[in-house]
Write a protein that binds this ligand. Structure first.
Ligand SMILES: Nc1nc2c(c(=O)[nH]1)N[C@H]1C(S)=C(S)[C@@H](COP(=O)(O)OP(=O)(O)OC[C@H]3O[C@@H](n4cnc5c(N)ncnc54)[C@H](O)[C@@H]3O)O[C@H]1N2
Ligand code: MOO
Ligand SMILES: [Mg+2]
Length: 420
């Protein structure tokens, strides 16, 4: 047991790692997964491409019309805008209708969007700009030579990289890969992440609550966060505040998972066993971060499995998850990673803050009447007040060195994305 706990005194306040240093240590400890698997195209949504995809075809495969109208030769267009010319309508080209016949001087062909350009033609005039009588099409001189033609390979030329390894596949990417004819895609294996709650006071849904007991809400929030990130998540349930029970669960989970996330039991209370168990099963890298919420967080490993002991308070769980676990899982997953998307917004209210820790408050980001971004708090910010997270659309980030915020001051915000 930790000496401070035995003595019943406060943990020292100066050994907490600055947030940036903690994040850097976590990221440093992670080697990206490299195992690959082939999956059907639709199953590849949200997965990370393992290799570059080089196009074996031109997209589009042939020159084609961008509009419904008439294909003609630019040399037949009148030289002056106020002049017009009547061309003989000699054929047609419909999308999917096969190779059209060539057109000669003074001729044109009916054409639809996506249809092949007839040999000899190099310009398409939209049908709204012509008049047609007795197989003669009258075109004015206001047309531009070469207009309304989509060139073969203009979207993607054969031999060029359509997508590069490490890219997370979006809906547009599935469409792009389908346009290349890809039936299967080679992607990286997903991280396997086990999660659990600890606490004698926790009861599952549907179980009766005795006095002093509460619902285990963290497992649901974590389930949601992990599901949105697209990792393979395994719910290990709720574990009692007994070191042997926790040790048995963690030892089992370390086999077959890349990451274990627990909540609760990382602080200095009498029933907080997570750190002791982690120290005996594996190792603790650090356990306190100068951030709020989320100050107690035990990061370490059990064998080759990374371990995140998140604090029990529900908002601390979510904040440390988004700020520390999420970037870690992003690096582990092997994809290109991006830092947080921070913007500046004007504070609509005063916010108390003392230097020496990074604070992540929950805010509502909007535009003021001048169209400038402004942000207000979601209300009380206690780390047990999960509604502060639920109402928010952004984190307000007050850096390690920053002091109190005045109304009207520009501050950093991180808008939630579709993973939150
Ligand atoms: N003397 C000190 N006390 C505390 C400190 C400190 O530095 N010195 N830090 C506080 C901070 S900050 C946090 S955060 C918490 C972290 O506590 P633990 O990780 O030990 O978590 P627990 O004690 O198990 O639980 C804290 C709180 O959260 C509730 N909880 C836990 N799990 C769940 C769950 N799955 N669903 C819903 N709610 C949960 C639990 O009932 C407690 O109320 O320590 C402070 N104390
Ligand atoms: O770090 Mo604790 O999260 O403030 O409640
Ligand atoms: Mg505790």
């Amino acid at each position: 047991m930790n000496a401070h706990r035995e003595a019943g005194c406060q943990a020292p306040r100066d050994d907490a790692l600055p947030f940036d240093a903690a994040l850097a240590r976590i990221i440093d400890a992670i080697r990206p997964l490299a195992d690959r698997e082939r999956v059907p195209l639709r199953a590849a949504l949200g997965r990370i491409l393992a290799v570059d995809v080089i196009s074996g075809v031109d997209v589009p495969p042939h020159d084609n019309s961008a509009m419904d109208g008439y294909a003609l030769r630019a040399e037949d267009l009148p030289a002056q805008a106020e002049r017009s010319v009547a061309l003989r309508l000699v054929g047609q080209s419909l999308a999917g209708g096969g190779r059209p016949a060539a057109i000669g001087p003074g001729e044109c062909a009916r054409i639809t969007t996506g249809a092949l350009i007839p040999p000899g033609a190099d310009t398409v005039v939209v049908q709204e700009a012509v008049s047609v009588t007795d197989a003669r099409v009258t075109v004015s001189g206001t047309q531009r030579p070469g207009q309304n033609i989509r060139r073969a390979g203009e979207d993607l030329a054969r031999g060029t990289a359509a997508l590069t390894g490490g890219h997370r596949l979006s809906p547009a990417d599935l469409g792009l890969l389908a346009s290349l004819g890809c039936v299967e895609v080679e992607v990286l294996r997903r991280p396997r992440v086990a999660f659990l709650s600890t606490g004698d006071e926790l009861r599952g849904l549907g179980q009766p609550l005795a006095e002093g007991e509460i619902r285990d809400s963290n497992r649901y929030a974590l389930f949601g966060a992990l599901a949105r990130l697209g990792v393979d998540a395994y719910d290990l349930g709720t574990v009692a505040d007994r070191p042997e029970a926790l040790r048995a669960t963690l030892a089992r989970a370390a086999d077959g998972h890349d990451v274990i996330i627990s909540t609760g039991g990382v602080s200095v209370g009498d029933a907080d066993h997570t750190r002791d168990v982690l120290a005996t099963l594996g190792g603790i890298d650090f356990w306190r971060i100068a951030m709020r919420p989320g100050r107690p967080l035990a990061f370490g490993h059990i064998g080759g499995t990374l371990f995140f002991g998140l604090p029990g308070n529900p908002v601390a769980v979510m904040t440390s998850f988004y700020q520390l676990v999420r970037p870690a899982l992003g690096r582990l997953a092997g994809g290109h990673t991006h830092g947080p998307r921070r913007l500046r917004a004007r504070a609509l209210e005063a916010i108390g803050k003392r230097p020496g820790r990074t604070e992540f408050l929950r805010g509502i980001l909007q535009q003021d009447i001048n169209g400038e971004p402004c942000v207000r708090l979601t209300g009380p910010q206690g780390s047990g007040i999960l509604r502060s997270m639920s109402l928010a659309n952004c984190f307000i980030v007050l850096g390690h060195a920053s002091g109190p915020v005045e109304p009207g001051q520009w501050i950093d915000v991180e808008p939630f994305d579709d993973c939150m």
